[in-house]
Design a protein around this ligand. Structure first.
Ligand SMILES: [Ca+2]
Ligand SMILES: [Ca+2]
Length: 178
């Protein structure tokens, strides 16, 4: 490690490990990972905010169909750009020790594609089509899946899922975050 971590003070490491679910070791790993997006820029400015295209090249996100959306949700300035602290938040939320509540909260924000605090059939359609290609899932099956989700979880029958309804849906799917 040595020289790699000279720019981040020991106090900062302590602070970050208190604020996140990450161990000191994981924070150092996250630091190296974030730095690898653009080592020179990061060395010049620890507060640099990388464009999501750079973050999306990291192995954790490269194959994730929601990578772009994840960057949007974790971008503290809401412009898709990711600072090191945003990145730590992201890694913390995805780590095994993160509480289920934290994960449910972020999953809801990621799936609520238009940020209106509801997961609508339109959001669901876009989410499912990111996961399964239209060849494998014809439109009528897609509608059927969405219909079933709503029958199961849309308690107030307004045709979309509120956060509480989403929480309930997830509580019945213990493997959701596996
Ligand atoms: Ca929505
Ligand atoms: Ca509802």
């Amino acid at each position: 490690m040595g020289s790699k971590i000279t720019r981040l003070s020991e106090d900062k490491f302590d602070e970050y490990s208190e604020l996140t679910y990450l161990s000191r070791k994981e924070i150092i790993r996250a630091y190296d990972k974030f730095k690898s997006c653009d080592p020179i820029e990061f060395s010049n400015n620890l507060d640099v905010r990388f464009a999501r295209e750079k973050i999306m090249m990291l192995p954790e996100l490269r194959v994730n169909p929601f990578a772009k959306r994840i960057c949007d949700v974790f971008s503290s300035e809401k412009d898709g750009k990711i600072s090191f602290e945003d990145f730590l938040d992201m890694m913390s939320c995805f780590c095994e020790r993160a509480s289920r509540d934290v994960k449910v909260d972020y999953a809801f924000r990621i799936f609520d594609l238009n940020d209106d605090d509801y997961i609508s059939p339109e959001d669901m359609k876009l989410i499912i089509s990111k996961l399964i290609s239209p060849h494998e899932l014809p439109e009528e099956h897609l509608q059927c899946i969405i219909g079933n989700i709503l029958i199961e979880s849309d308690m107030d029958n307004d045709g979309q899922l509120s956060f509480a309804e989403f929480q309930h849906l997830i509580s019945k799917s213990p493997d959701f975050f596996k």
